[in-house]
Design a protein around this ligand. Structure first.
Ligand code: NAD
Ligand code: IPM
Ligand code: MN
Length: 368
């Protein structure tokens, strides 16, 4: 049997810097755990635009459809701010998500004990936090038609459309309920059914899926604005949160800060199972290309490393190895290693991106 295949798309800014650390870890699994991967690498975002004049080449798109999993760093940057909308780096990522039909974006926010003092919230509020945001990723206002900037009378109007079909809501709700059964068995669905028809439908469909097939899971509904408030007030009340594309984008950045830094939050974007039973999948950190620190060796690679741990769990049936990697990260943090984004006021010297990656490798070695 051939090795599982990975397509690596480092992208822009700190994307290549954090991905270099993940490549070390992939190599470690090949050498030390007898888990070799067939790895290929390609361009996405601004890097693809620079080389090909498009943020995602058709050949790269085709390759992404064939592999067992895609790993992506980050896209975007100020150099591309003035490009035509269709050529912007972010369009490359959105095309991957849409064409691979990666409708369920899992964004876990876990607060490692060693970092409980790094959150902007009090230790009690975040210590031991373990929540999972399931963000719908292929529809909603990100993709709804009509969209565009149009002339209207003597001025312009910018239009985006929030649109959800019942089947789109149904499938992401099922993903959330399935996850909840393997965790704390609770789902909170967030929308704005008080002001949006799409929110009314969202609430109805999630409730219907629950009553028909997941009545054993505790389901609550919350308006997304109140949800943001509750996430900062007492986040441990949540287990799984299921929400739409835009609310999920915003709430997951908020949740990132509960864990200490945006540089900590991984994600898995999953679609329907392929012929081999594995879900179509793309793994990427929640953070972006961080132009303010790019090229300085300051980026925290943990979000990207933990995204590979999610790949081990969700694409390669290697939950034990995913846990090994997560424990290695936990140990490194417990030992006091900190990239610059995690520094409090205790006068600790920060480590570089590659020093953090090397420390995780050393912790993996120690786990054998
Ligand atoms: P960002 O996530 O890139 O950065 C926000 C802040 O967090 C910055 O101060 C940055 O230095 C810090 N930060 C982010 N990741 C970090 C890490 N790993 N280690 C240490 N610090 C980290 O968001 P932004 O500044 O709003 O966006 C910059 C660019 O990235 C934009 O072009 C945006 O569209 C793009 N973006 C891409 C993705 C993605 O590729 N998935 C996600 C978000 C933003
Ligand atoms: C994310 C990012 C993306 C999004 C952008 C870069 C397209 O913010 O992955 O969270 O808005 O989905
Ligand atoms: Mn985002």
């Amino acid at each position: 049997m051939s090795n599982p295949s990975l397509l690596i798309l480092p992208g822009d800014g700190i994307g290549p810097e954090v991905m270099a650390e993940v490549v070390k870890i992939i190599d470690w699994y090949g050498a030390k755990r007898d888990m070799p991967f067939d790895v290929s690498e390609d361009l996405v975002g601004g890097a693809a635009y620079d080389a090909h004049g498009t943020p995602l080449h058709d050949d790269t798109m085709a390759r992404a459809q064939e592999v067992d999993a895609v790993l992506l760093g980050a896209v975007g940057g100020p150099a591309y701010d003035n490009l035509d909308f269709s050529l912007k780096p972010e369009r490359g990522l959105l095309r991957l998500r849409k064409e691979m039909d990666l409708f369920a974006n899992l964004r876990p926010a876990q607060c490692f004990d060693a970092l409980a003092d790094f959150s902007s919230l009090k230790r009690d509020v975040v210590a031991g936090l373990d929540i999972m945001i399931v963000r719908e990723l292929t529809s909603g206002v990100y993709f709804g038609e009509p969209r565009g900037i149009f002339e209207e009378g003597n001025e312009r109007v910018g239009i985006n459309t929030q649109r959800y079909t019942e089947s789109e809501i149904d499938r992401v709700a099922r993903a959330a309920f399935e996850l909840a059964r393997r965790r704390g068995n609770k789902v909170c669905s967030m929308e704005k059914a008080n002001v949006m028809e799409s929110g009314i439908l969202w609430r109805e469909v999630v409730q219907k899926v629950h009553d028909a097939d997941y009545a054993d899971v505790e389901l609550t509904h919350m308006y997304a604005d109140a949800g943001a408030m509750q996430l900062t007030r007492w986040p441990k009340q949540f287990d799984v949160i299921v929400t739409d594309n835009l609310f999920g984008d915003i709430l997951s950045d908020l949740a990132a800060m509960l864990t200490g830094s945006l540089g900590m939050l991984p994600s898995a974007s999953l679609g329907a199972p392929m012929a081999n039973g594995r879900p179509k999948a793309l793994y990427e950190p929640v953070h972006g290309s961080a132009p303010d620190i790019a090229g300085q060796g300051k980026a925290n690679p943990i979000a990207c490393i933990l995204s590979f741990a999610m790949a081990l769990r969700y694409s390669f049936d290697a939950g034990d190895e995913a846990t090994r990697l997560e424990k290695a990260v936990e140990k490194v943090l417990a030992d006091g290693l900190r990239t610059a984004d995690l520094l409090g006021d205790e006068g600790v010297q920060p480590v570089s991106t590659s020093e953090m990656g090397d420390a995780v490798i050393a912790a993996l070695d120690a786990s054998l």
